[in-house]
Design a protein around this ligand. Structure first.
Ligand SMILES: Cc1cc2nc3c(=O)[nH]c(=O)nc-3n(C[C@H](O)[C@H](O)[C@H](O)COP(=O)(O)OP(=O)(O)OC[C@H]3O[C@@H](n4cnc5c(N)ncnc54)[C@H](O)[C@@H]3O)c2cc1C
Length: 370
């Protein structure tokens, strides 16, 4: 005989929303998503580079590269309307300071099964050939985060079992005697058979308040400049590998490009567990938000001299959070901590949007009906 089960998902980013749909499909009768912002998908799931990874970005982590390559078609299929593929994507290999050379990059792409085509005349794509060893044309789309949100919300609207409570912060989670979990929110108490935290940069703040073990995380206050590309480069994305360089990706939800730079995008970096505990939200709010666009553009100009007049329209400021072990090899594993300090409390973090399928698979194992 089946008994009724309910779940609470903390955080209505891309992960929280997609997980809510999955829990409903696993047979949960009620799923409540609790989000502290006034609306859903307003944080990292919106303020990011919008790259649907096909592996090229991780030449130092073959597993991350390969898994990205495998997951792209599933993601692109599920969210087809949000995919943007109307641009030429170029990966340039820097002549100096790069951690990979052109041959290694080409071999890596072959090994993970992602196609590359060597551009014979890099100059015709505005590159200074004294700066780049080679340029490859690749297949790596972008996503429109607004459409992604609308697609998820349309699906959620059709499922009576899912409820979203915005402008509500989860303050603590506590284990109960019957193995249910008590969720204290700014609007009252909830009780659930399963609680999933999809709070990304907020994971350890919740854990500290709840007396749960902290997760080894590193945070950065990031700035991505939003720029207006010259007319003939509007349908071009550029990523310079692999070191202290930059990326320019279409940002479809604003009709602009993001410009991010390995050196200048992070404004401040810290690790949880080192020194005084910090709430990333407090640090983001207190940051001066003094743009580093000038430095970013100066570096872009070294590689693509004609971009010296690149226009800065705005900047996206966000907290970027990664597992500390990803820092050395740039890999992007998922975090999945089942029964983390409390039975039936699970903490997840996906690192990239297309890692969602790894998380859903783990949730099926944990909560699928036997
Ligand atoms: C600068 C930058 C560039 C990136 N580029 C890419 C890229 O190109 N491609 C890619 O795939 N990924 C990229 N990422 C990573 C990607 O954005 C994240 O992996 C993804 O958005 C995480 O989704 P999420 O739902 O876990 O987090 P979020 O979207 O941040 O959602 C977490 C939600 O939890 C809420 N929350 C937190 N604490 C609480 C609480 N106590 N109570 C209630 N609600 C709470 C927050 O308000 C937030 O809405 C990038 C990230 C950054 C920051």
């Amino acid at each position: 005989m089946s008994t009724s089960r309910n779940a609470v998902v903390i955080g209505a980013g891309f992960y929280g929303l997609r997980i809510a749909l999955h829990l409903e499909s696993l047979g949960f009768d009620r799923v409540t998503v609790v989000e502290r912002e006034p609306s859903v998908m307003e944080r990292a799931s919106l303020n990011n580079q919008a790259r649907v990874h096909n592996g090229y970005h991780y030449p130092r982590s073959i597993l991350t590269g390969y898994r990205s390559h495998l997951q792209l078609p599933t993601f692109a299929d599920e969210f087809a309307e949000a995919m943007v593929d109307d641009f030429v994507h170029l990966y340039a290999i820097a002549k100096r300071l790069s951690k990979v050379n052109a041959r290694q990059f080409e071999l890596f792409a072959q090994r993970i099964g992602s196609p590359t085509e060597r551009v014979l005349d890099a100059r015709s794509h505005s590159f200074d050939t004294d700066m780049v060893e080679a340029v490859f044309r690749v297949r790596e789309p972008a996503f429109d985060a607004r459409i992604l949100r609308d697609l998820l919300m349309a699906r959620i609207a059709e499922v009576a079992a899912i409820e979203i409570s915005t402008s509500t912060e989860v303050l603590t989670v506590t284990g109960m005697d019957d193995e249910r979990v008590a969720v204290e929110t700014s609007r009252g108490l909830l009780e659930a058979d399963a609680v999933i935290s999809a709070t990304y940069s907020g994971i350890n703040v919740l854990h500290r308040r709840s007396g749960l073990p902290e997760v080894p995380l590193q945070h950065e206050i990031t700035e991505m400049a939003l720029v207006e590309m010259p007319a003939d480069l509007k349908h071009v994305a550029v990523t310079v590998m692999d070191g202290p360089f930059f990326s320019m990706m279409p940002f479809p939800s604003r009709g602009l490009h993001t410009l991010s730079h390995v050196r200048y995008t992070p404004h401040r970096r810290w690790r949880d567990g080192e020194g005084r505990p910090h709430d990333p939200e407090d640090i983001l709010k207190a940051s001066s938000q003094e743009s580093q666009f000038g430095n970013m553009r100066a570096d872009v100009t070294r590689f693509m001299p004609r971009l010296k007049r690149l226009e800065h329209v705005d900047s996206l400021w966000e907290v970027k959070t990664v597992l500390t072990r990803s820092d050395s090899d740039d890999s992007r594993p998922i975090l999945f901590l089942r029964d983390h300090g409390i039975t039936n409390y699970t903490c997840i973090m996906g690192s990239k949007l297309d890692n969602i399928y790894d998380v859903l698979q783990e949730l099926s194992v944990a909560y699928g009906r036997q």
